[in-house]
Design a protein. Structure first.
Length: 76
C-alpha cells in the first residue's frame, strides 16, 4: 500500500501525517508513507486544498484533518 500526505508542511498536514501513521500502527498494516510538499506534484493529483490523503494513487480526502478512526476505515 502506498500512502501520500499532500501538503506544504503546515500544522494540519503534519497532524494528518501523524494520524495516518497512528492508524497504520493500530491496524498493523505496513505501508509506504510519503509526505509530498512539492506544489507541482500536489497539483498533479488534482488537489487544490490541503491537506490531502492519497491511497494507492486515489485521492481519498482533501482540505481536512481526518481522525485516526476515519483513516482506519479508509485504509482497511
Amino acid at each position: 500500500m502506498k500512502i501520500e500526505i499532500l501538503g506544504t508542511g503546515c500544522p494540519k498536514c503534519k497532524k494528518l501525517l501523524a494520524n495516518t501513521q497512528e492508524a497504520l500502527n493500530i491496524l498493523g498494516i505496513g505501508a509506504d508513507v510519503k509526505k509530498v510538499e512539492d506544489l507541482k506534484e500536489i497539483m498533479q493529483h488534482g488537489v487544490f486544498i490541503t491537506p490531502a490523503l492519497v491511497v494507492d494513487g486515489e485521492v481519498k480526502s482533501t482540505g481536512k484533518i481526518l481522525s485516526v478512526e476515519d483513516i482506519k476505515k479508509i485504509i482497511s
